[in-house]
Write a protein that binds this ligand. Structure first.
Ligand code: ATP
Length: 249
C-alpha cells in the first residue's frame, strides 16, 4: 500500500530523514513514535508528498508519487486523506462547507457532493452540527470534522499527524474509536504519528520507532484496546487522592 525506498529529506544543511525504507500493508493501523525532532512528521508528510524527497521513491497504491506531474499528483492525493494536531479547518466556513471543500476541488457533481458530505458527517456523528462554525466546536468535534473532510473523497489511506495531542484523555479515546472504526468498517489503512505511547499501544498493530531521522526499530504489537476513562468529577478526585484517601483542601 505504502512503500518508501531510500527516502531522504534535508532542510538547508540539516538532514531530517536519512535514507529510510519501509512498507505499510493494506488495512494496517501503523504507528510511528520517537522523541521530538526524530523526523516522524516529516516522514508522514513525505507519504503524500507534502514534503518532496531529495532522494528515493514514495509508492502509494502502486504509483510512485515522485514521478507524477501536478495534475496526476492531485488525483493521487484524493486517495490519501490527512488529519493534523491543530485540525486545520477553514474558520469562515461552516462544518458542512469544510467537508465539501475536497469534493469541490475534485469537481464532484453537486448532488453527489451533498450525499457524500451528509454521509461523512453521519459517520463521525456530527450531522446535527452541519451549520456550526469551527469556533463554536470543542476540540474533539473539530477533529471529527477534519476526519469527515479527510474521508470525503473515500481515501484508501488516512495519515494522522498527532491526531489526539491537543485533546483531553476522554476525547482522545473517542477519536481513537473513530479511527479504529474507519479502519475496521471502511478498510482504510491508517498511519498515526504520535509521541503518546498510550495512543500508539491502543490501536496500532505495527510500530516504527524513529531516532535522528532513521528507523531505530519496527515492532509488531497486539493492540491493547482503547482505555475508556470516566469523565465524572468523582473519578478526577479519586485519581488525585491516594487509595481513595480524601485530603480535601
Ligand atoms: N520545514 C522545515 N524547515 C526546517 N526544518 C524543519 C522543517 N520541518 C522539520 N524540520 C526539522 O526536521 C527535524 C524533524 O522534524 P519533525 O517535525 O519531522 O520531527 P518529529 O519527530 O515529528 O518531532 P515533533 O514530535 O516535535 O513534531 C526537526 O529538527 C525539525 O526542526
Amino acid at each position: 500500500m505504502i512503500k518508501l525506498h531510500k527516502v531522504s529529506k534535508s532542510f538547508s544543511q540539516f538532514q531530517a530523514i536519512r535514507s529510510i525504507s519501509l512498507t505499510i500493508n493494506k488495512g494496517e493501523i501503523y504507528g510511528m513514535i520517537g522523541a521530538s525532532g526524530a523526523g516522524k512528521s516529516t516522514l508522514l508528510r513525505l507519504m503524500n508528498l507534502l514534503e518532496t524527497p531529495d532522494e528515493g521513491e514514495v509508492e502509494v497504491n502502486g504509483q510512485d508519487l515522485t514521478k507524477l506531474n501536478g495534475k496526476q499528483l492531485r488525483q493521487a492525493r484524493q486517495s490519501i486523506g490527512m488529519i493534523f494536531q491543530q485540525f486545520n479547518l477553514v474558520a469562515n466556513k461552516s462544518v458542512y462547507d469544510n467537508v465539501a471543500v475536497p469534493l469541490e476541488l475534485a469537481k464532484v457533481p453537486k448532488q453527489e457532493r451533498r450525499n457524500r458530505v451528509v454521509e461523512c458527517l453521519q459517520f463521525v456523528g456530527l450531522e446535527a452540527l452541519s451549520d456550526k462554525y469551527p469556533a463554536e466546536l470543542s476540540g474533539g468535534q473539530k477533529q471529527r470534522v477534519a476526519i469527515a473532510r479527510a474521508l470525503a473523497n473515500r481515501p484508501q489511506v488516512l495519515l494522522c499527524d498527532e491526531p489526539t495531542s491537543s485533546l483531553d484523555p476522554n476525547t482522545t479515546a473517542e477519536i481513537l474509536g473513530v479511527l479504529e472504526n474507519i479502519n475496521k468498517s471502511l478498510g482504510v489503512t491508517i498511519v498515526i504519528v504520535s509521541h503518546e505511547m498510550d495512543v500508539i499501544k491502543s490501536i496500532c498493530t505495527r510500530v516504527t520507532v524513529m531516532a535522528d531521522g532513521e528507523i531505530y526499530d519496527t515492532v509488531s504489537i497486539e493492540p491493547e484496546g482503547i482505555k475508556q476513562l470516566s469523565n465524572q468529577p468523582n473519578w478526577f478526585t479519586e485519581q488525585l487522592t491516594k487509595d481513595g484517601e480524601k485530603n480535601h483542601a
